[in-house]
Write a protein that binds this ligand. Sequence first.
Ligand SMILES: NC(=O)c1ccc[n+]([C@@H]2O[C@H](COP(=O)([O-])OP(=O)(O)OC[C@H]3O[C@@H](n4cnc5c(N)ncnc54)[C@H](OP(=O)(O)O)[C@@H]3O)[C@@H](O)[C@H]2O)c1
Length: 299
Amino acid sequence: MNAPTLISGSTAIVGVLGDPVRHSLSPVMQNAALAAMGLDWVFLALPTPADQLPAVVSALEAMGCRGLNVTIPHKHNVASLCRSLSPLAQRVGAVNVLVPLEGGGWHGTNTDVEGFCAPLRRHNSDWAGKRAVVLGCGGSARAVVAGLVELGFASIQLAGRRSEALGRFVSDCQSWAPQLQALPWSGSSLELADALAQADLVVNTTPVGMASASNPAAAGACPLTQAEVAALRPDACVYDIIYTPRPTQLLQQAASRGCRSLDGLEMLVEQGAAALRLWSGQPEVPVAVMRQALLEHLP
Ligand SMILES: NC(=O)c1ccc[n+]([C@@H]2O[C@H](COP(=O)([O-])OP(=O)(O)OC[C@H]3O[C@@H](n4cnc5c(N)ncnc54)[C@H](OP(=O)(O)O)[C@@H]3O)[C@@H](O)[C@H]2O)c1
């Protein structure tokens, strides 16, 4: 890897806006990539309280910021601060990347969808007509469902524990995801076990099983019961978008059932690589350097 770029009077800013954002892994992988590309840019985590979002976004534009990632809790609200939005960001209802526009203002887009799809495309070149079950109906599930539609899945069953949130999600997406169906998820649901038994792909978008420095014991949790894991088809693929720990409890149990598995690290790398392509205008970015920087940083 190249030596880190020396910060000087001409160094430009790129960064991630969020609250909290201290634990973001984007600075680790983006600064490694910027050094490898020889760009005189520095990538910063920029803590941004919700009531300061408009001021921060406009100040960064005034400072000549080259591009921004946007994370929790701003992915929805930042859209109203953009001069233009990609059709994908409009459809998903979430913006995770801002690109400065010539003439001023920001273009908002979404690279989480591309990040989610990239490992699936590598895993299997043809998902058209297949059946998926998605666990959880929060923020990241939107990008996941958009990705599954893009890959041509014939059936997408969305499992959520709060029927109101689940119903709202499905009706919001109905115009572009007619194959999406609500799957009520409470306790050990027979409906979920049935759906799992037919699924070619199961995606976990809940945080269940995600460990952190403050809660390492959370790694022992699995979003599926033993009976639900036993319902998985051994030829199914299980994709957990969590990347700490690797593998999660869900992926360990799915592997012992014989299922193929994907974790969330590649999604993180690929959404960041897609953002860097947009900011730098360069079609080739050092994806391997980004992945390696994360692997060295993660416990
Ligand atoms: N690999 C990547 O690049 C990447 C990108 C984005 C997110 N992620 C990971 O994805 C996970 C979710 O992120 P998010 O932003 O989508 O969070 P979110 O908006 O809070 O959504 C989480 C969803 O999971 C549900 N849920 C939480 N605990 C549950 C439980 N015990 N049983 C059933 N459902 C439960 C929530 O339901 P309620 O609304 O009822 O709580 C909600 O529907 C996090 O671990 C995050 O780190 C990874």
